[in-house]
Design a protein around this ligand. Sequence first.
Ligand SMILES: C[S@@+](CC[C@H](N)C(=O)[O-])C[C@H]1O[C@@H](n2cnc3c(N)ncnc32)[C@H](O)[C@@H]1O
Length: 312
Amino acid sequence: MTYGHRPVMLDEVQRIIDAGPGALYIDATVGGGGHTERLAEMAGPRGGVLGLDRDPEALKAAGVRLARFGDRVKLVHARFSELERVARASGFLGADGILLDLGLSSGQVDVEERGFSYHGSAPLDMRMDQTSGGPTAADLVNGLPEEELARILRDYGEERWASRIASFIVQARRRSRIETAADLVEIVKAAIPAGARRRGPHPARRTFQALRIAVNDELGELERALEQVPAVLAAGGRMVVISYHSLEDRLVKRFLRDAERGCRCPPDFPDCRCGRRPTLKVLTRRPLRPGAREVAENPRSRSAKLRAAQRL
Ligand SMILES: C[S@@+](CC[C@H](N)C(=O)[O-])C[C@H]1O[C@@H](n2cnc3c(N)ncnc32)[C@H](O)[C@@H]1O
C-alpha cells in the first residue's frame, strides 16, 4: 500500500514552527510523513520528532520514509486525544512545536478498500484505524435510528437533505443491508431531488463526510487534543493546526479564542470566578490559506485553513 500524500502548506508550517536546531516537535498526524520529514530536518541531529497516527498502515509506510533519521523520529500508534500521555511516555513534554494536519491522507482516500471514497464499490468501512474494533460506516447506516442518522448528516455534513436521505436509508435497509459505497451513493442520489443534484459537488460528498466524522469521532478527538496542547508545549512553543472543513476550523477558532482569553465567566460577572489564566497567544487573526500555485499543483489543498498559536 502506498501513502503518497503531498504535505499541505509545508513552508508556512516551517516558518511558524521552526525553533532552530535541537528542537523537539510533535507531529500528531504523521500520514504520509511529509511534514514529519521536514520537522526532523529542522530539528537536526540534536533534536527529535514524536509522530502519532491512529492509522497503523500510514505509520508503517511513514516508518520506511523516515528510517534515515533513526531514533530521532519516534513513531507511535495512538490517537491525538492521547497527546499528553504519549508525550510524557516518550520524553516530549515541553515540546517546541506541535502540528495537527487534520482529516485524511491521500493514501487513505485513494485506497478503495478503506471505503472513504464515493467513487467505488468497496465495503463502507471509513475507520481510520481498522484495528480499533469500533463501528464501521456500514454499522452506522444499518443500525442507527432514523433521527440519529439525520442528525449526523445535518451536523457533520451540513446536508440540507439530511432528513430525506436518512429516511431513504431506512427504507433501503429494510430491503437488504447496505454494504458498499456504491449502494449508499445510489440511495443518496435517489433521495436528493434531481434539480438540486445537478448543482455543486458530488451529491454524496456531504453524506460521506458526515459518516466519516461520526465513525472516527473526529470532532471529539480534536477537542480533546486541543485541550492538552498547553500542557504539552514549552513556554514560547508553537502549535499549528491545518483544518479542511468549517466544523473543524470553527472548533479550532473557538478553542484559540478561549485559550487566549483565559477566563470563561459569563460577561455579567463583575470579577473572574473561574480562575482560568490565558495559556496561548494567537498568531493568526485570520486563518492562512494555501497560495494559488499550491492549489493548482495540489487541488486537495484548496480547502486548507491554517491557524497557529504560541504558548505563553
Ligand atoms: C491529512 S493527513 C496528514 C498528512 C501528513 N501531514 C503528511 O504530510 O503526509 C491526516 C492524518 O491524520 C491521521 N489522524 C486523523 N485523526 C487522527 C487522530 N484522532 N489521532 C491520530 N491520527 C489521526 C489520519 O490517519 C491521517 O493519516
